[in-house]
Design a protein. Structure first.
Lengths: 287, 285
């Protein structure tokens, strides 16, 4: 297949991005914190606006702001739930919507500035406009997170599955949680560019869920989730590129296409697994 | 303040108040994140129903979109109860899929009309007042005002009449079942009501900010009372206060109204949190 020159960085970028978010999101799914990623992605928006106002339009600054805001939001969720009275889910929903509101206000203000045009794409993503510098940002951030987790693998592993056990054998659970959560923040920062705040949680959650029926160990799960993530991101990028038709002013946005590809993949994965199980039972398996 | 600004403030205040009532039950049931899922999942329903009715305020659109929001809850519940995935992952899977579908539908079907994704995502209370309820001779005010006001009265009525059922199934579903109530039925009706409320707020707040209307006033109220009825009343009061203050700020500093109201509600929450921290520390000494 011949690939358009304009599509090339988009394709490479989304593929890597899917791998990064899919593999890092696995930890969130395993730790039953899928919705934390959703809250983080909304909380990153005011950070994008703030990064713009403080430093300027360059992507690294915006992402820095996004990461910082994500961290702050996590900290707020922790403080509020520790005080009691308001449960975790309500805190999450509250912080998510308030930060999103702040992000909207900030981005709207930014658009009135001469350089601020296009920032609103952080809402729904701009995967179709990824450039090679964005690709290198994805690689850098993704490597940082994966190496960080890799170096502290035993800690992260035990904290994910059995924090009490990790505590007993003398691991610092807080540190492990901090590393995992930071990895999630990094994944969000990377994914924000491509699919935007509203759809990001799919990129984190769906690959791991789709991979779950096929593997029972964490490392294969992470690898398979990364693979699923990159495959559906690439597929989404290609589909949206070739289905768009400029002559009819039809432009299919990449982010939603990617998310729909991911959902289709997840459904397919479960369907195939279910069918295999039925066939196995029909053949008298398990007796 | 001009008449148009007062009208916008009233629409926002009544919308926030009508969200706070079902929002209280959502928060007390620890299902606040479902409002996020419902808000997002409305979009395909709104777009499809709009394609059929071509009128943002037709009752058919309200019902159709409410059904699509409620369907999202059903999908989440099915995924959870069949143990395919855990609840958090089920929510995280369902709503982005439906939302993505909605965004695609918007971009494909309204590409000639410049219907911004921006606008769909954020809601535009600034425009809500232009859709007016006109008879031959008189102007009865914006439709959004009638809608949110009516919904507020409707919720007050329902949540008063069914207070016993809702309260018992919220706090002790097993006891409720033993008494012959139907916790599942109550739950489904509640979810439909939440969905209906979210649709009515869609024009004003969009799919994400409606979560702030549902959840944040209740978060504020939780610091001041442990009583069921008082929580409702305080939530509504906080919602009204946040909406009115937010409208004021948005006009004063020329900011988008829906986002500013959400921020103001967040500010109220912060103040309540700090005040609670100070008072409870003094008590414990």
């Amino acid at each position: 297949m011949v690939i358009d020159a304009g599509l090339q960085p988009v394709l490479i970028g989304t593929t890597l991005l899917g791998a990064v978010t899919g593999s890092l999101g696995t930890f969130a799914v395993v730790r039953r914190q899928s919705l934390l990623g959703d809250a983080l992605s909304h909380a990153a928006l005011p950070g994008v606006a703030l990064g713009f106002f403080l430093f300027g339009r360059e992507t690294p600054f915006l992402l820095l702001g996004a990461g910082g805001a994500g961290w702050l939001a996590l900290w707020a969720v922790m403080i509020i739930t520790r005080r009691g009275r308001v449960s975790f889910d309500a805190t999450l929903a509250g912080i998510l919507s308030v930060t999103f509101g702040a992000g909207l206000v900030g981005l709207r203000k930014a658009q009135t500035q001469p350089q601020g045009a296009g920032l609103e794409l952080y809402l729904v993503g701009q995967a179709g406009t990824l450039s090679y510098s964005d690709v290198s940002a994805v690689i850098a951030v993704g490597l940082l997170a994966l190496i960080g987790i890799g170096l502290t693998w035993n800690l992260c592993f035990s904290v994910s599955f059995d924090p009490t056990f990790a505590q007993t054998i003398g691991y610092r659970v807080k540190v492990g949680e901090a590393i995992l959560v930071s990895a999630l923040v990094l994944a969000v920062v990377v994914g924000l560019q491509a699919v935007g705040a509203a759809l990001l949680s799919a990129l984190l959650v769906a690959p791991a869920i789709a991979a779950r029926p096929w593997v029972n160990r964490l490392i294969p799960l992470i690898i398979l989730a990364g693979l699923f993530g990159s495959v559906s991101c690439a597929l989404g990028a290609i589909l949206s590129h070739y289905l768009s038709d400029p002559t009819h002013r039809l432009s299919i946005p990449t982010g939603p296409t990617i998310v729909l590809c991911l959902s289709a993949l997840t459904i397919l994965s479960f369907l195939i697994h279910w069918l295999r199980k039925q066939i196995w039972l029909r053949q008298g398996g398990g007796t | 303040m001009t008449l148009s600004e007062i009208e916008m403030g009233l629409i926002l205040a009544l919308t926030a108040a009508s969200c706070a009532i079902p929002g209280t039950v959502l928060v007390l049931r620890k299902q606040a994140m479902l409002s996020d899922a419902i808000g997002h999942s409305l979009l395909p329903g709104v777009v499809l129903a709009y394609a059929l009715t071509a009128n943002m305020n037709s009752p058919l659109l309200l019902l159709g979109a409410a059904v699509s929001g409620w369907l999202a809850v059903v999908i989440v519940e099915t995924l959870t109860t069949t143990k395919v995935v855990k609840e958090d992952a089920a929510i995280g899977l369902t709503f982005p899929a439906l939302f993505a579908l909605g965004v695609l539908l918007v971009t494909v079907s309204y590409r000639q009309e410049h219907l911004d994704v921006d606008r769909v995502l954020l809601g535009m209370p600034e425009l809500a007042r232009y859709d007016r309820f006109l008879s031959e001779t008189r102007d009865f005010g914006p439709k959004g005002l009638w809608l949110s006001g009516g919904l507020f009265l409707f919720h007050t009525l329902i949540f008063t009449l069914a207070a016993k059922e809702i309260r018992l199934t919220t706090f002790d579903p097993d006891l409720a079942r033993a008494f012959g109530y139907h916790p599942m039925l109550v739950r489904q009706i509640l979810m439909f009501l939440v969905s209906l409320t979210a649709v009515s707020a869609f024009n004003v707040a969009g799919p994400v900010l409606v979560v702030a209307f549902f959840v944040v006033p209740v978060c504020c109220a939780r610091y001041w009372t442990d009583r069921y009825l008082t929580t409702f009343i305080l939530s509504v009061l906080f919602a009204l206060l946040g909406a009115i203050l937010g409208t004021f700020f948005s006009i004063r500093y020329d900011l988008p109204a829906s986002g500013t109201v959400a921020m103001t509600l967040g500010g109220l929450w912060f103040l309540c949190f700090v005040a609670y921290g100070l008072t409870s520390r003094r008590k414990s000494r």
